[in-house]
Design a protein around this ligand. Structure first.
Ligand SMILES: Cc1cc2nc3c(=O)[nH]c(=O)nc-3n(C[C@H](O)[C@H](O)[C@H](O)COP(=O)(O)OP(=O)(O)OC[C@H]3O[C@@H](n4cnc5c(N)ncnc54)[C@H](O)[C@@H]3O)c2cc1C
Ligand code: FES
Length: 281
């Protein structure tokens, strides 16, 4: 069906406070996924376990030896199971905060605040959507597969990584019935021209009612160009350094183009998921 006929899909800023909890969540498992990423599963209360794809938590990371990470660190939801009372994160060790996170033992506790922001919005009228992500963005997009499957919406995921061994979320997408197209730098399949050819094939086959993307400004620009050419909607989950994560400090403000005007929005409060066509990449 024509995506241009669909109602606007841009998530709206929350009008009312949503339930948010702060808790010392119990670490159930904490495993290395590959050379760069770790998978953390926590037992949480019902509010946290009710988080939606695209939302995030503010984590008070433990201090690693000799360091004192200041402020909480934002982390996207990788999985939530209300029945089991669990929340999952997939993260890359990059600095003091995530180095501290990596020291958490099974049976330890993590101070987490959330869920925060608002996530992806799926239109029940869509039949098939395309998720395009890279790096840490693959963790953010992963839970979309389950949400889409629950609504009977098919997904093709174009997952980009530097090397095959650094691929993330591919199993999660496959488990929920998505078609996975893995692309890599080492063989040139992740080059913009190659990804564009894949996207054009999906659009021509009627398998792209909307784009969902995270983790790459280059891939965002490519999808914006195709979305404008074919009149398709899309959503992007943005990452921005944050302090409060609660809409109060304005340190996460970015420019957006809305109706021909530049407007400023807080990524933590107005997003982190935005209308893809309004994002300035
Ligand atoms: C909404 C949101 C969701 C996120 N989800 C995930 C996720 O699921 N998995 C994951 O691994 N990471 C995620 N991140 C990024 C994560 O918050 C940063 O990697 C983390 O804050 C780094 O903290 P650190 O103390 O380890 O490193 P720092 O010492 O603070 O920084 C290390 C490096 O990472 C950069 N950096 C720090 N914070 C951010 C940020 N917010 N965005 C981009 N670069 C940053 C710094 O500029 C520096 O170069 C997310 C960020 C946001 C805003
Ligand atoms: S991080 Fe404070 S307003 Fe967004």
């Amino acid at each position: 069906m024509s995506a241009t006929a669909l109602p606007p899909t841009a998530p709206k800023p929350p009008m009312l406070p949503k339930p948010v909890s702060r808790q010392a969540a119990l670490v159930l498992t904490h495993d290395l996924v590959n050379a760069e990423y770790r998978h953390l599963v926590l037992r949480t209360d019902a509010i946290a376990a009710g988080a939606a794809p695209g939302q995030f938590f503010q984590l008070l990371c433990p201090a690693p030896p000799g360091e004192a990470p200041f402020l909480r660190r934002p982390m996207s939801l990788y999985g939530a199971d209300p029945a089991a009372g669990t929340v999952e994160f997939l993260y890359k060790v990059t600095g003091a905060g995530t180095r501290g996170l990596a020291t958490l033992p099974v049976g330890g506790r993590l101070d987490m605040l959330g869920p925060l922001g608002h996530g992806f919005v799926l239109n029940p009228a869509w039949r098939h959507v395309v998720a395009v992500g890279r790096g840490v963005g693959l963790a953010t997009l992963g839970p979309l597969a389950q949400q889409a499957r629950g609504m009977g919406i098919g997904v093709t995921a174009i997952l980009s990584a530097r090397r095959p061994e650094l691929m993330l979320s591919d199993m999660l997408f496959r488990r929920h019935g998505a078609e996975v197209l893995a692309v890599h730098d080492h063989d040139g399949t992740s080059a913009p021209g190659a990804v564009e050819a894949m996207l054009r094939r999906l659009i021509a086959a009627g398998r792209c009612d909307a784009f969902f993307t995270c983790g790459s400004a280059r891939l965002l620009r490519l999808q914006q160009r195709l979305a404008r050419e074919f009149g398709l909607p899309g959503q992007v989950a943005l990452e921005q350094q944050m302090a409060c994560g609660l809409g109060m400090c304005f340190c996460c403000v970015r420019d957006f183009e809305v109706g021909g005007r530049t407007v400023h929005k807080r990524v933590c409060w107005d997003g982190p998921v935005f209308d893809m066509l309004e994002a300035v990449a």
